[in-house]
Write a protein that binds this ligand. Structure first.
Ligand code: DGL
Length: 276
């Protein structure tokens, strides 16, 4: 660790950020906005999306492969920009890795606990995240008086990956998924999958303006900043530079990323993640 005011040799190294596909771009975008001097190496596992219906063992294997790849790019920290991988793999991979590894669930739960007024919180997420019970456990640890209601929304990820962000079909599916949750009188809803903020407008339309939607990306970027500051690992650049890698369909990914990120996408490289 370096002295205060001095920039360590790793400080201008990038942050590794990964997800099953485009969802983690919602977190990468927030990091770019809050920490503009930090560089990002993003990996989207587009060949193997969705993660939400896969087993814990598979997600741990995928996460290990991706972290191994990101480390070849000399990243100084890793953000698991995927709730499913945060739920299933964060504990295991963080214990195996000697750089900071941050997930999205704890920051999301903290934000929801702050936002709720009636203590009734809904969570929408993938099947994996819901069945892991991780959000409920973290929320109950934060505040045992909370009441938590979860709903898996497996069709949201393919709808987002297909780019059907404002489509009537997405509204119809959202209506069906969210109908039950609304009967529990929740006042706060955690978007517990990093793909969901991309259909936030549709979700808000269905749940109504009085329900606060929590996007864990904002708090995750805050958490990253505090981890980097604590360790004197902040970059001293004015503007970071970003690189993008996927396991399939690089051109499609590049177009999508270009529409939602506050930066130009110069190139997207395809890698064989199992061999890299
Ligand atoms: N965006 C991821 C998440 O936050 C994964 C979604 C999926 O691939 O099923 O859970």
């Amino acid at each position: 660790m370096c002295q205060k005011g001095q920039v360590g040799h790793m400080n201008n190294a990038p942050i590794g950020v990964f997800d099953s596909g485009v969802g983690g771009l919602t977190v990468a975008g927030e990091i770019m906005r809050q920490l503009p001097g930090e560089s990002i190496v993003y990996f989207g596992d587009t060949a193997r999306v969705p993660y939400g219906s896969k087993s814990k063992e598979t997600i741990i294997t995928f996460s290990r492969q991706i972290i191994r790849f990101l480390r070849t790019k000399n990243v100084k920290a890793i953000v698991i920009a995927c709730n499913t991988a945060s739920a299933y793999a964060l504990e295991t991979v963080a214990a195996e890795t000697d750089i900071p590894v941050i997930g999205v669930i704890e920051p999301g739960a903290i934000a929801a606990d702050k936002a709720t007024r009636n203590g009734r919180i809904g969570i929408i997420a993938t099947e994996g995240t819901v069945s892991s019970g991780t959000y409920s456990n973290v929320l109950m640890n934060l505040n045992p008086s909370l009441q938590v209601f979860s709903k898996a929304c497996p069709l949201f990820v393919p709808l987002v990956e297909e780019g059907l962000l404002y489509d009537p079909v997405t509204l119809e599916i959202a209506d069906r998924y969210l109908y039950d949750l609304l009967s529990y009188d929740i006042d706060t809803l955690i978007l517990g999958c990093t793909h969901y903020p991309l259909i936030r407008r549709t979700i808000q339309k269905v749940v109504g303006e009085e329900v606060v939607l929590v996007n864990p990306a904002y708090e995750t970027a805050k958490e990253l900043e505090s981890v980097l500051r604590e360790r004197d690992m902040m970059s001293d650049e004015n503007r970071g530079s970003h690189r993008f890698f996927v396991s399939d369909s690089a051109i499609r990914f590049g177009k999508f990323a270009g529409n939602i990120l506050p930066c130009d996408i110069e190139s997207v490289e395809c890698v064989d993640i199992e061999k890299s």
